[in-house]
Design a protein around this ligand. Structure first.
Ligand code: SF4
Ligand code: SF4
Length: 308
């Protein structure tokens, strides 16, 4: 995935909300049914230790630095208003270093966009949605951190009869779910850890609101696929999966779970953001282990897919 740089902006849309987008992925096949365009909104209330989109966590634009591309020309230091202090904590997010860098070593993750601008991007992929029963997925970060912008985008998609999915961590105000639910065809809803203390430790927040919001969605009959990241040594024990199975089965209306195997592909991103990857190096779960966990969940009468 390539982060969006801070390019020229489209004509302003005075009445429509604007939002912070950090990536747009085309031809996505793991973010809901069919071929999809995934729009990544920046900002997340969680800080999961294994997060594979750390550039989506902060609700502000931020600089990504590719050390290997840097040719040490010093141009960025000359234009930086922080007197060459490129440390992320002092960065004003002015983007001057991005514009001046001749090597593409600096990118700005996060760009303010209007609804019309995002819809223009989505419109380019329309033919793929029609041929594959696909659509658009809003992910992040946590898309419900920008409820007005998200609601406006969902409404615009529905007006064009485009299938919509919202990929959420579930930690959002119930009113935000109320706002977006009428125009959301499918929720991709993360459940990570059922033990609240473990959830706090690895994500920074309690899971209570997450579970309560999922109950509310299920009660209303919303279409929901639960997604469980399988992180070795953290979320992959039989007790956690069994508790998830019991909870999902109790919802009645939700009967699809995707198990998402851990991968380390995002680990390098942390260094580019001047952050530490908090979990120790570990191998992805084996195919046999994933099948074993899926089989355990199926005992609860749940349809399980590995990979999503
Ligand atoms: S975005 Fe601006 S303040 Fe931040 S490092 Fe680049 S030039 Fe300096
Ligand atoms: S402008 Fe780019 S290539 Fe030059 S020193 Fe800065 S990051 Fe490196």
């Amino acid at each position: 995935m390539k982060a969006i740089d801070c390019g020229r902006r489209a004509a302003p849309e005075p009445s429509a909300p604007r939002g912070l987008v950090f990536d747009i992925k085309r031809y996505a096949i793991h973010d809901g049914p069919g071929i999809r365009t995934t729009i990544y909104l920046k900002g997340c209330p969680l800080e999961c230790a294994w997060c594979h989109n750390p550039e989506g966590q902060l609700g502000v634009p931020e600089i990504i630095f590719w050390t290997g591309r840097c040719i040490q020309c010093g141009a960025c230091l000359e234009v930086c208003p922080e007197d060459g202090d490129l440390d992320a904590a002092h960065c004003r997010r002015c983007g001057r270093c991005v514009q001046i860098c001749p090597a593409g070593a600096r990118e700005m993750a996060g760009r303010w966009m209007g609804v019309r601008e995002v819809m223009a991007e989505i419109g380019q992929d329309r033919v793929f949605y029609d041929s594959s029963a696909g659509g658009v997925t809003f992910s992040g970060g946590e898309p419900l951190q920008q409820p007005e912008f998200l609601a406006a985008l969902l409404r615009a998609c529905q007006e064009e009869e485009i299938h919509t999915a919202v990929d959420t961590c579930g930690f959002a105000a119930p009113s935000a779910f109320d706002q977006v639910s009428p125009d959301t065809d499918l929720f991709l809803y993360d459940l990570k850890l059922m033990d609240d203390a473990a959830h706090r430790h690895y994500t920074g927040v309690s899971n209570r609101l997450i579970l309560e919001n999922l109950r509310r969605l299920a009660h209303r009959g919303a279409a929901v696929t639960v997604r469980v990241p399988v992180i070795p040594g953290i979320s992959d024990d039989a007790g956690n999966l069994d508790a998830i199975g019991r909870f999902v089965a109790s919802l009645g209306a939700v009967n699809q779970v995707d198990l998402l195997p851990y991968h380390r592909m995002a680990a390098d991103k942390y260094g580019r953001l001047h952050r530490k990857y908090r979990i120790p190096a570990t191998e992805p779960p084996s195919t046999e282990r994933m099948e074993q966990l899926a089989e355990g969940l199926r005992q609860w009468g749940i349809a399980v897919t590995i990979g999503g």
